[in-house]
Design a protein around this ligand. Structure first.
Ligand code: NA7
Length: 545
């Protein structure tokens, strides 16, 4: 895999001392935010730790990395020209293809001139006297800004496992979210991989095909559907391009940011034959939402959900020849309550003679040793270890920056018992700070592109509103924020989501409070609420002159 051409650029520009808006992160949300601010003739600067744009798709270069939303839907809708001119190649694009898209957007809208790469933001402090944010970077830059936007992504603060001896291993180690730009050749190697979330599920078949031997260390199995990825046909691209406006409207009004037929029946009111036929259709379609939305009650009723679980278990047992391995790959938590995966030959890979599954529930890892991984059962020797162990999701990237609001209060400390936001966009005590797809918004439960555009558009409208009315600050009231947090919790409590130990719940990070972080009411409903709040003069926000 070749590194992006912009990697080698050196940056000799001077960071401005004062701008209207500081944006942290040049991923898909930071890029769009910058573009919109320019359209408003506001000055903005973006700080990005990587050497190029792309965010998630810049960092996650592991073998087999793909998005699990179809390319024609996982794309910006703000520019019809961009929609029409861009040629997606695959149904589910690979990481390099999405990165190329991000780079194309950066070129097309000349975004890089306001982005400072290789620059991590370390702190941001709100000054009540000047009503401005002072943002500091690792290089000692200090910029004041009227508005401060954290466009840092939901899955960007990567996580190593809490296992003793991580630095003892003498072979090569890799984390899926920090993959070397030049790629890794595992030919002839004995490889161990820890983690079977999306990153593990996508990379395991590719590594298995290359390595001499691959041992998968699994703590919790994933539900995974075959992606049935393929090259896009010219006729379907043309069809989408001819109908993009109607499709985008449907995306915005849908539950997951992806138009799907609205289910009308309970999974429990139909015969087993009818149900299995519907599940089979979803399985064949290569679309997660088709499965998750096949019946009205899969996300809210345990018995209904059990029917989908049994269906997937039967598929795993059909595909995986060794019954013990198949049983080990069958999850017990409700389908969809941890992020399900889309794969290419994942379960099939366990039929290869060079692939072995280690069930960590039975034989936990005790330590990483000089030569490999030691479980309660034995020591495995490896040439390389891959950590596919995920992220401090949704809050990690926000609390990693020392953000201080009114009176010097720290965001990290304020959120010690879980994130508290109004609409997932802003937090009381932090005036003029916005989060793009923050906790309390649909974010990771949606097609991120739809949620990113909605948040950026809403924030842009809010800034425009302030400027138009001669106002200087916007900040949620504590009361509105508490009501929103309660609403997010209430919606989650109607669902099965809290039943799994997922990163949605913060359960993958020891000590992190167990709170269901995304808003589960659907992007269409959420958008309506956000629009109503804006239309009521930003109800629940204090606006000050
Ligand atoms: P995930 O989905 O958080 O997966 C991480 C995996 O690593 C998961 O199977 C974890 O098991 C496992 N893990 C984490 N820590 C350990 C330790 N200490 N021991 C053993 N196993 C461990 O991250 P991904 O990168 O795969 O995917 C993130 C999202 O990106 C994905 O959901 C898509 O939205 C795209 P656990 O389940 O915690 O028992």
């Amino acid at each position: 895999m070749s590194a992006p051409s912009h990697d080698m650029q050196s940056d000799s520009r001077t960071v401005p001392s004062s701008v209207d808006v500081v944006i942290v992160g040049a991923g898909l949300s930071g890029m769009y935010m910058l573009h919109k601010l320019r359209e408003m003739h506001l000055s903005a600067v973006v700080f990005e730790a990587g050497t190029d744009v792309g965010g998630t798709w810049y960092w996650n270069r592991y073998p087999g990395a793909r998005v699990d939303v179809e390319s024609l839907a996982y794309s910006y809708s703000f520019s019809e020209e961009l929609e029409q001119e861009y040629e997606w190649q695959e149904r589910y694009p690979t990481q390099p293809e999405i990165l190329r898209y991000a780079q194309h957007v950066a070129d097309r809208f000349d975004l890089r001139r306001d982005i400072f790469f290789r620059t991590r933001v370390t702190a941001a402090m709100y000054g009540e006297d000047g009503r401005t944010w002072l943002v500091r970077t690792e290089h000692g830059d200090a910029v004041t800004a009227r508005f401060f936007v954290m466009a840092t992504g939901c899955l960007s603060s990567s996580k190593l496992p809490e296992i003793p001896g991580l630095d003892r291993f003498k072979g090569a180690t890799y984390h899926t979210a920090h993959w070397p730009h030049e790629g890794v050749d595992f030919t002839g190697m004995r490889v161990g991989i820890i983690g079977t979330g999306s990153s593990g599920v996508q990379s395991i078949p590719v590594i298995a095909a290359q390595a001499a031997d691959l041992t998968v260390f699994q703590r919790t199995p994933a539900y995974s559907l075959p992606a049935r990825n393929r090259r896009l046909r010219p006729d379907e691209i043309a069809d989408m391009k001819a109908n993009y406006r109607a499709f985008r409207k449907a995306q915005k009004e849908s539950g997951f940011g992806l138009p799907t037929p609205i289910a009308t029946k309970s999974a429990l009111e139909v015969s087993e034959e009818e149900r299995n036929a519907a599940f089979e259709q979803a399985w064949e379609s290569g679309s997660l939402v088709n499965l998750l939305t096949a019946y009205v009650d899969l996300a809210i009723d345990q018995k209904a959900n059990d029917t989908a679980k049994r269906f997937i278990h039967s598929k795993i047992h059909q595909i995986v020849k060794d019954p013990q391995t198949a049983a080990g790959l069958c999850p017990e938590y409700p389908v969809g309550t941890k992020r399900p995966c889309l794969d290419t030959d994942y379960y099939e890979t366990y039929n290869r003679e060079n692939v072995h599954l280690v069930n960590l529930r039975r034989t936990p890892i005790l330590e990483i040793a000089e030569k490999g991984i030691r479980t309660s059962d034995k020591e495995y020797a490896f040439d390389a270890i891959v950590y596919a162990t995920g992220f401090d999701a949704m809050t990690g990237a926000l609390t990693n920056v020392d953000i201080r609001g009114r009176g010097g209060i720290s965001l990290k400390e304020t959120w010690h018992a879980g994130p508290r936001t109004y609409l997932g966009i802003s937090s009381a005590g932090f005036p003029n700070m916005f989060m793009i797809t923050g906790p309390g918004s649909p974010s990771v439960l949606s097609n991120m592109m739809v949620s990113i555009e909605q948040h950026v558009d809403w924030v842009i409208d809010a800034i425009e509103h302030l400027d138009h009315h001669g106002l200087t600050t916007i900040e949620p009231t504590g009361q509105a924020q508490e009501a929103w947090v309660d609403h997010v919790n209430l919606i989650a409590s109607y669902t099965l989501y809290p039943k799994a130990n997922s990163w949605y719940m913060g359960a993958n990070v020891p000590g992190k409070p167990r709170v269901f972080m995304p808003y589960a009411g659907g992007v269409g409903e959420y958008r309506k609420k956000c629009d109503e709040i804006a239309a009521q003069g930003y109800e629940g926000f204090a606006l000050s002159p």
